[in-house]
Design a protein. Sequence first.
Length: 250
Amino acid sequence: MTSTASTMGAMAHARAQAAAAAVAEPALPEGVDAATITFTQRIPASGYANVVLGRGTRIRLSDPAGAACAHLLLVRADAPWERLNVADTVKVPWQAYLGNGHPLLSDQGRVLATVLADTSGRHDTLCGPTAEARQLLRLAGAKHGLAPRDIGPTVSFFRGIRVEADGALTATGSAAAGASVDLLIHLPVTLLVANAAHPLDDRAATDLDVVAWAAPADLEVTHNTEPEYQRAVQNTERAWIAARTPEVTP
């Protein structure tokens, strides 16, 4: 065993540990050019990810073993006071259950992301994160200058919730192993995601895979024809164009 009594010994020990570490990576999506991949991470139970994603990024969250729970928060990267508003995400589309074409909205009526594909159907917009997940999100946010007060309500993917006729919330569990959700990013965002149990489903989480790639052409496609979604997209495009207009110089 390498001695850590000296600086050189400690350095050798640390390097030996790093060389022996096995880092698991997510499987890349079929049909996606590897050159367009911008981010990959496998998040273990009680782990988190934090990354800035550009406009036109497509991100896939996957549940390879069937018990992941992705507590997700989006913060606009170029205007961090604007972030995911779960109440508007439910209210504006008249739908509490996330699925294809559902926007993840900010409180400014802009689309931060749209759900493009969903093979799980087990998600939640109502319960928010557990204490563990919130602490993980605070750690993730701190790396981007966000304070605990900036970590608000989240949506969670891969653990389902349904509202009963009497208003009670019932957990509906997870879908099969290998389920995934694709999101399209409409404005540059800081993505914070924690992998931890759900408030109404305390099963231990399994690995969560995150893969992002450049897909700007997806912004040109109409993903939802409802008028509320179309207005939100117009608000988003107006803000993006205004922010990216070059300064006029004589």
